[in-house]
Write a protein that binds this ligand. Structure first.
Ligand code: NDP
Length: 278
């Protein structure tokens, strides 16, 4: 019987625990989001993050920069938040409009407030095995694996995708947890054969129903990061109905990795507030 890795209910449990921890701490952590432009998906993600903040007792501030803003305007907003002692976490919602230099903006975030974990310093610490803030999606996946007692040490893990927000930090976290890790991407030769090696397969390609049963080792744990539209429906990278017949455990889309990402952002924001406390 396949286990459905229920990110929704695990994230609910984590948020409840976090709410208690924040209450007991006497702290009032605050998260600021920066959004540029009016991309509906980005607006929806930011709204969901603000709602989660409210639920656990984290204050939230939303900074909206016009879609035609320059890099300098976005940098100004980040710099104000860096200086604001009442703000513990800064999240710049990506993607930024094309004319904005995303790398400069990410590098401008105070590393002590980098709750998204995309700053080169945060990624460097993660790579060196001493993470401070790890990116929320892969860190949330590690939490989900731990909650279901899925052994990672010694497992062969294969990650499809090498972005800085998901694929690369996922590989680093799995390596730090003693998995043997392969990263695949669009230039990987014989991808199916690589993926079939995986005890833990993480797909973050952004290609709807890309992962089929032939690519999955029987009994593998399959983690689906993808959020894709297919015939007007939200689906993952994994052909869920077919792959659940061969996997031992699998995340659904929606209700798998997505809610874990948001819960982890809340946990990172509280951690940032604790770090700031003398
Ligand atoms: P990117 O587009 O930045 O990266 C996609 C990666 O997949 C690239 O490394 C690319 O390879 C690789 N890839 C694309 N096509 C293939 C292929 N045919 N074979 C092998 N590898 C391929 O996306 P993200 O990492 O940001 O996001 C991936 C997906 O996850 C998206 O659907 C996104 O919406 C979703 N997502 C979900 C989150 C959640 O909370 N659930 C959070 C973040 C993202 P190459 O580098 O060679 O181009």
């Amino acid at each position: 019987m396949v286990t459905i890795l229920d990110g929704k209910s695990v994230s609910e449990k984590r948020l409840e625990l976090l709410k208690e921890a924040i209450g007991e701490s006497g702290l009032y952590p605050r998260l600021a989001t920066v959004i540029a432009g009016s991309d509906p998906a980005s607006q929806m993600y930011v709204r969901m993050k603000h709602r989660a903040c409210e639920r656990v007792g984290i204050g939230s501030v939303g900074i909206e920069v016009p879609g035609d803003a320059t890099t300098d305007k976005v940098l100004e907003a980040v710099s104000r938040l860096n200086r604001d002692p009442d703000i513990n976490g800064i999240l710049v919602q990506l993607p930024l409009p094309g004319r904005v230099d995303t790398e400069r903006v990410i590098a401008a975030v105070d590393t002590g407030k980098d709750v998204d974990g995309f700053h080169p310093t945060s990624l460097g610490l993660l790579m060196s095995g001493r993470p401070r803030f790890a990116p929320c999606t892969p860190k949330g996946i590690m939490t989900l694996l731990a909650e279901y007692h899925i052994p990672v040490a010694g497992a062969r893990a294969v990650v499809a995708g090498r972005s800085i927000d998901v694929g690369r930090p996922m590989a680093a976290l799995l390596t730090n947890a003693d998995a043997t890790v392969t990263i695949c991407h669009s230039k990987t030769r014989n991808l199916a054969a690589e993926l079939r090696q995986a005890d833990i397969l993480v797909s973050a390609t952004g290609k709807a129903h890309f992962i089929t049963p032939e690519m999955v080792k029987p009994g593998a744990v399959v983690i689906d990061v993808g959020i894709n539209q297919l015939n007007g429906k939200l689906v993952g990278d994994v052909d869920f109905e077919a792959v659940k017949e061969v996997a031992s455990a699998i995340t659904p889309v929606p209700g798998g990795v997505g809610p874990m990402t948001i819960a982890t952002l809340m946990e990172n924001t509280f951690a940032a507030a604790v770090m700031r406390t003398p």
